[in-house]
Design a protein around this ligand. Structure first.
Ligand SMILES: [Zn+2]
Length: 256
């Protein structure tokens, strides 16, 4: 009741400024030289990758699992954020984490290295370990993942796996997708970057009111898919496409 003013009316809601939701896939990091984590160096066949990255079978392959991810980490050690990572981080720092939501399928930390303060990693990351006994996630520390690391919570070693989400493993951050879909208003901006939507389709990200070629649904991808969901499509690599969107995004975010 305290919200009612003297006339008994609800006070005028403060104008809500648009939010920006960015959903990214491998194409965001491709120009940083990071290929999708499942493409190995030839030693790993698809069958063996399915075996090491599989929640049902990882325990019996534990040394190979750690070695596989440590190879991936070593491959990325020279990678640096590109202009697209930097622009996204800059936007989050300009407009704040309340208004700029960065959600990625990537397990690299290029956005964080570029200065982003809050990133949702839907498929986990390469810098943490997860105890499957007590569900405790902790930073790996050091340059790689130590297969001898004990869970700080329960002390187990054998139950600890890399913090990347495996095939057949529950992905707790997927509830973020549902929250975004619920929270996104017609004024908000949605930008998808570098994804073919094979794992997470646009229907799971956009509220049904925004299905179709809605002007504030934007897509950046050199080989764009599912374009029937986007009013703006930049058929470009991430850095170029995002740079092209920059003026319109800034205008819309300032309420224009
Ligand atoms: Zn534990």
């Amino acid at each position: 009741m305290a919200d009612l003013d003297q006339s008994g009316q609800q006070p005028r809601q403060q104008e809500r400024l648009p939010r920006l939701y960015v959903f990214s896939g491998a194409g965001l990091s491709a120009e940083s030289g990071i290929s999708t984590f499942r493409t190995g160096d030839g030693i790993w066949t698809h069958a063996s990758i399915d075996e090491v990255c599989n929640y049902h079978t990882w325990r019996r392959n534990r040394p190979a699992v750690f070695s596989f991810y440590n190879q991936r980490i070593a491959e990325c050690s020279d990678s640096r954020p590109n202009d697209a990572h930097r622009l996204l981080a800059q936007w989050q720092n300009t407009w704040g984490t309340e208004r700029v939501h960065l959600v990625t399928q990537n397990i690299d930390d290029m956005l964080e290295q570029a200065g982003a303060r809050q990133v949702t990693h839907l498929h986990g990351d390469m810098i943490s370990l997860l105890c499957t006994d007590c569900d405790y996630r902790f930073p790996s520390g050091g340059a790689g993942l130590d297969p001898g690391a004990a869970c700080p919570s329960c002390g187990q070693v054998e139950s600890v796996k890399p913090g990347v989400v495996f095939f057949n493993e529950a992905a707790p951050e997927y509830q973020t997708l549902w929250r975004i879909q619920q929270a996104m208003s017609d004024d908000d901006l949605f930008i998808a970057i570098g994804t073919a939507f094979e794992v997470i389709p646009p229907e799971r990200l956009l509220p049904p009111t925004r299905y179709g070629r809605y002007a504030r649904n934007m897509l950046v991808d050199p080989a764009p898919q599912r374009t029937e969901f986007f009013g703006v499509v930049e058929s470009e690599p991430a850095t170029i496409g995002l740079r092209k969107l920059e003026p319109v995004v800034e205008q819309m975010m300032e309420g224009g």
